[in-house]
Ligand binder design. Structure first.
Ligand SMILES: [Fe+2]
Ligand SMILES: [Fe+2]
Length: 294
């Protein structure tokens, strides 16, 4: 069984860093000459603002159910960090729109999914409402496994620097990635606190894992079609994804799948993945995080 949240995190203090980014000079293909790689990573900007606002709503719904002060503090810190993440990615969406790539049709679908399909169900009895909140926490916990995986990848992706990817965007990815690694246990610990059952964890991953893959594939397809400079000339394919991963510019799809399977190991805990020391090390040098600290 996973250890108790208090034992694992007696020193975890999650601090929201109020970062600002200037996108005025961001090229449409911010990994130069790599539109497929750029748009595959850009899917984050499509999914995260709505997704992270939904996490916050779920966690606010769960707050009255928490019977552990340390965990409550962590959940509040998590909410603070995710709300800044959502805003930071929202600003990139506005920049895409200004450059002639309109992300709104896709974002509307995502908003519908998170608010209507995965949102709070009205009119439930107290018992069924509690069950519904825990179920949604389990979805968040599974997604947070992947955001930590992607964060760890972003912190260990020197190929992006070699490819001369835009340094402000790389800082956004690594600042966000580092905070995802930093708070990677919170959703999982909250799920276990509310329901220690293994089946809950499996259900969360069974829904969230395939949904995330589906949304990502659709997002890449959407962005490549909506990019006014490409006019549909690049057809997305797994071959292009493999090629990007082989060159270190994208996460490896097989490593991502394996990571999802590790989440199902009975003895799994998020602290077994990624490195808090590395994440905090990056946050100490990140241009945006340093500017926010002053
Ligand atoms: Fe986040
Ligand atoms: Fe997160």
């Amino acid at each position: 069984m996973p250890r108790n949240a208090v034992e694992v995190h007696d020193n975890l203090v999650l601090e929201p860093r109020d970062v600002k980014f200037d996108w005025s000079d961001l090229p449409l293909h911010w990994v130069p000459d790599e539109p497929f790689v750029t748009h595959t990573i850009n899917v984050l900007h499509l999914l995260l603002p709505e997704g992270e606002r939904w996490f916050i709503k779920v966690f606010r719904d769960a707050l009255p159910m928490i019977r552990d002060e340390q965990l409550r503090e962590e959940v509040l810190g998590f909410i603070g960090q995710e709300s800044i993440h959502a805003e930071a990615h929202q600003e990139v969406l506005e920049h895409l729109l200004a450059q002639g790539l309109d992300p709104r049709p896709y974002v509307r679908q995502i908003a519908w999914l998170f608010q209507r399909v995965l949102g709070e169900k009205p009119g439930l009895s107290a018992r069924r409402r509690r069950e519904n909140v825990i179920e949604r926490v389990a979805f968040v916990a599974a997604i947070e496994h992947f955001t930590a995986f992607l964060g760890h990848w972003a912190l260990n992706s020197p190929a992006l620097d070699r490819a001369k990817a835009d340094p402000t965007m790389v800082d956004l990815l690594r600042w966000h990635g580092a905070e995802e690694v930093e708070h990677r246990s919170v959703a999982f610990d909250l799920m276990v606190h509310l329901d220690p059952g293994y089946l809950r964890r499996v259900r969360g991953m069974t829904v969230s894992g395939p949904l995330l893959v589906h949304l990502w594939v659709r997002g890449v397809r959407f962005l490549l079609a909506a990019d006014p400079t490409l006019q549909g000339s690049i057809r997305p394919s797994w071959k292009l994804a493999w090629d990007g991963a082989r060159r270190g510019l994208l996460p490896d799809p097989i490593a991502s799948l394996r990571s999802g399977l590790r989440y199902l190991r009975p003895a799994y805990h998020p602290t077994q993945e990624g490195s808090s020391a590395q994440a905090l090390g990056y946050l100490a040098t990140s241009p945006a995080a340093r500017a926010a600290a002053h």
